[in-house]
Design a binder for this molecule. Structure first.
Ligand SMILES: Nc1ncnc2c1ncn2[C@@H]1O[C@H](COP(=O)(O)OP(=O)(O)OP(=O)(O)O)[C@@H](O)[C@H]1O
Ligand SMILES: [Mg+2]
Length: 363
């Protein structure tokens, strides 16, 4: 890809954006500054308002209140076609009776671009997504990944300043998704466009994003680099959403600078007294040891060899604890095992508000 392919990336400024569908408040006071050329991932569970946010940015839905800027321009009331945005949907929405070339060239045809210019641009865009040899095929004759790339080429060909993508990889199998992920990341940085990418898949978010915006029930929970969001989650929701398997949680109380719950007493110097806290630690930050020699004992439930690791699931007062052990680990017929937790990687949350509590001894 040559430098002339670089678009002029623009920043996006979302200012106190709200969206109501009748009485339903779907997006709540969303503010986000996306830098020019940034890859921002909007991450959250189904129904949290990700697609709605994207549709508001694209102009496909009207904003109930708040403002939207693309670059220096207030586009809050600007029609979609004047926003210099390309959107790729989850279902690629290709025209089945048009060839790959016609599908890719469609936006330029609509813009009444001369045919010779369209042909040149189509070839260039198709080559960027490695579909140069497939121009005469129809979508029905392509694999899922190839169709995805047609949709991508159709977006690229307009040289937009901003790309919006709504779960574009969710129809692909795991291997292809991995490949396309790498390709997308490469393409975004080469084209230098601003990208807002929606997914509910935290692995996609971790691998693709410069920064991740975590959304729950239409409210922004945290904005940060993947590393920040993973290792420094703002609250219980973010902590539980990032990571697979997710963070382990045990509820209990803080008394005398110790975390206590039935059969467990774990010193946490500096932790403030509280009746309702949740202790969190990640599967990679705890180890299975002999019963009686760890921070707590728990009942062994299952051990699964996933190839490069063994995931051991234990039961502690009805909650499940997962420990990620090396692939050589064998649980044998152990029924009760000890769990040793890495004291440097403990998290503490207020169970009611979900907010992080920091103490000398927690992260
Ligand atoms: N046109 C509409 N009219 C009324 N409610 C809507 C409309 N579109 C979306 N909603 C509601 O808004 C909420 C957010 O929907 P949205 O599609 O943005 O979620 P999402 O985060 O993209 O979810 P998913 O991951 O399942 O795609 C949902 O509760 C949905 O039912
Ligand atoms: Mg959606």
């Amino acid at each position: 890809m040559k430098n002339k392919d670089k678009g002029t990336a623009k920043s996006i400024s979302i200012r106190s954006m709200n969206k109501f569908f009748q009485a339903v408040h779907v997006l709540k006071d969303l503010s986000l500054e996306v830098q020019a050329g940034e890859f921002l991932v909007l991450l959250g569970p189904s129904g949290c308002g990700k697609s709605t946010a994207l549709r508001l940015i694209a102009g496909l839905e009207s904003i109930s209140s708040g403002e939207l800027f693309i670059g220096e321009t207030n586009v809050t009331n600007v029609l979609p076609k004047y926003r210099d945005i390309a959107m790729v949907f989850q279902s690629y929405a290709l025209y089945p009776h048009k060839t790959v070339a016609e599908n890719i060239g469609f936006p330029l045809k609509m813009a009444k671009t001369p045919k010779a210019d369209i042909d040149t641009a189509v070839l260039a865009a198709a080559q960027q997504v490695e579909l140069g040899d497939y121009l005469e095929r129809f979508p029905g004759q392509l694999s899922g990944g190839q169709r995805q790339r047609v949709a991508l080429a159709r977006a690229i060909i307009r040289r937009p300043s901003v790309f919006l993508m709504d779960e574009p990889l969710s129809n692909l199998d795991a291997k292809l998704r991995g490949n396309m992920r790498a390709e997308l990341k490469y393409m975004q940085s080469k084209l230098g466009v601003t990208m807002i990418y929606v997914t509910h898949d935290q692995i996609e978010a971790m691998t693709l994003a410069h920064r991740v915006a975590v959304l729950k029930d239409g409210t922004l929970q945290q904005l940060g680099t993947p590393k920040e969001v993973y290792s420094n989650p703002a609250n219980l929701f973010v902590a539980g959403f990032m990571g697979s398997p997710p963070m382990n949680f045990i509820s209990g109380a803080i008394d005398n600078e110790s975390f206590t719950t039935k059969g467990v007493k774990l010193p946490l110097p500096g932790a403030p007294k509280s009746n309702q806290v949740t202790l969190g630690f990640r599967p990679e930050d705890c180890r299975i040891v002999k019963a009686g020699s760890g921070a707590m004992d728990a009942e062994v439930y299952t051990a699964e060899l996933t190839g490069d690791q063994v995931l051991v699931t234990l039961q502690l007062h009805g909650s499940q604890i997962v420990s990620r052990m090396p692939k050589e680990f064998e649980i044998g017929d152990t029924q009760i095992a000890g769990i040793e937790v890495d004291a440097r990687h403990l998290y503490l949350f207020d169970s009611e508000s979900g907010l992080r509590i920091t103490a000398d001894s927690t992260r």
